[in-house]
Design a protein around this ligand. Structure first.
Ligand SMILES: Cc1cc2nc3c(=O)[nH]c(=O)nc-3n(C[C@H](O)[C@H](O)[C@H](O)COP(=O)(O)O)c2cc1C
Length: 182
């Protein structure tokens, strides 16, 4: 059973819709699950020349925080049909040094978010490609493409009940998937 779940939000924007979706999912997690928000905004761009002893402090913070998680929920916007560079950078940082990939074997959930109708399909699948190589078992169904996101919220940034119910279904499938793996 999962006790600590990491959440990564691919958008760095203050009023990010993706972050609002992530926050709604976090609120739906069972009480026994601790949430760790994995911070990616201040990570120096991955560069093997910086892989010294010690490496950049922000890299160590992310690596330790991710290592403490039993599973990871990824929430990503779509940038040019892929994931934002900040998110890819965080994956790269956690994957190294060679042989010390902190993501390995942690069950993952991928949720893509967009104001557009396609729901970040391109980002969702680019992210899945990296997670396959990083050895993260990833929930296959239901797929989570949250399109037209601005139309799913009421005026107070809360998601309408039908959308919250959909989020609950996705989360429940993820938690059962993760429990089967443990
Ligand atoms: C550099 C850039 C590229 C974008 N490319 C796409 C795209 O490929 N598909 C899409 O649906 N939206 C795209 N958008 C629009 C984003 O979906 C929109 O800005 C969204 O609000 C970003 O997510 P956030 O609200 O969580 O920051 C792009 C936005 C930016 C800044």
């Amino acid at each position: 059973m999962l006790t600590t779940v990491g959440i990564i939000v691919g958008s760095l924007r203050r009023d990010s819709y993706t972050r609002k979706v992530a926050t709604a999912f976090a609120a739906l997690l069972p009480e026994h699950v601790t949430v760790k928000w994995l911070q990616i905004a201040d990570l120096p761009l991955y560069n093997e020349d910086l892989e010294t002893t010690p490496p950049p402090e922000a890299w160590t913070v992310l690596r330790r925080a991710a290592a403490d998680c039993d599973g990871v929920l990824f929430f990503t916007p779509e940038y040019n049909r892929s994931v934002p560079a900040a998110l890819k950078n965080a994956l790269d940082v956690g994957s190294r040094p060679y042989g010390e990939n902190v993501w390995a074997h942690k069950p993952a959930l991928v949720v893509s978010v967009s104001p557009g109708a396609i729901g970040g399909f391109g980002a969702n699948h680019h992210l899945r490609q990296s997670l396959t190589f990083l050895d993260m078992p990833t929930l296959q169904q239901p797929e989570a493409y949250i399109g037209n996101v601005t139309k799913l919220m009421d005026g107070t940034d809360q998601f309408v009940p039908a959308t919250s119910d959909y989020f609950k279904q996705i989360l429940s499938q993820y938690l059962s998937f993760a429990a089967k793996l443990s």
